[in-house]
Ligand binder design. Structure first.
Ligand SMILES: [Zn+2]
Ligand SMILES: [Zn+2]
Length: 390
């Protein structure tokens, strides 16, 4: 049974209005100017000390209540480059931009928590409410860390959440250890000798070499990774050739890999390079590989996960907890914050993902039924991770 914080009906109505306002005005990586103003104004009006400028559009609101430890609660603020197709009254008014990952909801829930906790500071210590830009692709979480987030705001732990379609509303999923994967990208450039398509023996075929490499890379997960460990190698682009009757001199392959553990990540990068070089050379083609590490895997610390579990149970009950969810091969730049401080990242059930209600779909809309649950989780978490007010 879900037990949300009592007396928050008016706040839930406000969070709903904020969420829809943010949804109608989506902004993407490091351009979250309006969103940043919106958040900063709200935090100031709740009486928090507001700090701006970290990672350009990032906002940190500090709520102090006497002496005690300090923790950070984090929400992401950015939207995606997607043409919204929901036809909702609060649909995007910025063409080509859309809150299709629910960061509008994350922002509204953390603002709600800031307002509630400033009015009912049932804790001793400091909470840093961290609103970060550019979670999608550009690693705003990393930039906040590089800009000195944890030096300026020396918190002991950091917590995050994401709404999760496919998990029932009223459920919260969490687990110690990896919960989301490391996300890397790669680009392989093959250079051979172009030739007439009817005279292949006069050249070296980059397309043929490329297809063999794509196949061979699929053996990394099946033959190089331990059978109970995980890795994904996905070639998502294969560019070569311009016409019917020419074997092209170059081919470019791009894609992404996902792993959970550093050892596996290192091995995947190494094996991709080895296979590409060896196969290309067998075909008389040169291979140049660029491999770039984007986001590390999101790893929950055991102690913080236990505190998050207690806070979540206070909201959704023991029966509402999923303590062993299958980790996602998706990625999350909250991982950079978890590399600096122990903490926990949870999934808050957002209901069915049918009919395009999944993350990054042009038909997605954050489920407002999640707002009071996310709010209640943050409030219970504050009371769980910090000492109660005397
Ligand atoms: Zn997303
Ligand atoms: Zn997201």
């Amino acid at each position: 049974m879900v037990r949300t914080i009592e007396g928050t009906e008016a706040l839930t109505a406000d969070m709903t209005a904020w969420r829809r306002d943010l949804h109608a005005h989506p902004e993407t990586a490091f351009e979250e100017e309006r969103t940043s103003d919106f958040v900063a104004e709200k935090l100031a009006s709740f009486g928090l000390e507001v700090h701006r400028g970290l990672a350009k559009t990032g906002v940190v609101g500090l709520l102090r209540n006497g002496e005690g430890p300090a923790v950070a609660f984090r929400a992401d603020m950015d939207a995606l480059h997607i043409h919204e197709q929901t036809n909702l009254p609060h649909a995007s008014r910025n063409p080509g931009r859309m809150h299709a990952c629910g960061h509008d909801g994350h922002t509204a829930m953390l603002l709600g928590a800031a307002r509630h906790l400033s009015a009912h500071p049932n804790f001793q210590g400091t909470i840093a409410f961290v609103f970060q830009p550019a979670e999608e692709n550009e690693g705003g979480g990393r930039v906040m860390v590089e800009d000195g987030l944890f030096e300026k705001f020396p918190v002991e732990q950091v917590y995050g959440m994401h709404n999760w379609p496919g998990l029932e509303v009223g459920k919260i999923a969490l687990r110690p250890g990896p919960i989301m994967a490391a996300y890397d990208i790669f680009e392989l450039t093959l250079t051979g000798k172009g030739t007439h398509a009817a005279m292949p023996h006069l050249g070296t075929d980059t397309i043929l070499a490329g297809t063999q490499i794509v196949n061979a890379w699929q053996t990394i997960a099946s033959r190089s990774v331990h059978p109970v460990d995980s890795a994904v190698v996905s070639v998502t682009q294969f560019h070569a050739g311009d016409t019917w009757n020419v074997l092209p001199a170059t081919a470019v392959l791009r894609g992404t890999t996902r792993t959970f553990r550093k050892e596996v990540q290192d091995m995947v990068e190494r094996r991709m390079g080895e296979l590409a070089k060896a196969i290309a050379s067998g075909f008389g083609v040169e291979a140049e590989m660029r491999y770039e590490r984007r986001y590390p895997s999101t790893v929950n610390e055991a102690g913080a996960t236990e505190l998050a579990r207690r806070a979540a149970a206070g909201v959704v009950g023991e029966s509402g907890l999923d303590l062993d969810p299958m980790p996602s091969m998706g990625a999350e730049d909250f991982a950079f914050m978890l590399q600096q401080r122990p903490g926990c990242y949870v999934w808050v059930g957002a209901g069915s993902s049918d009919g395009g209600r999944n993350l990054h779909s042009p038909h997605y809309d954050f489920n407002d039924a999640v707002l009071p649950i996310g709010l209640s989780y943050w409030v219970r978490l504050a009371e769980t991770v910090l000492p109660r007010a005397a």
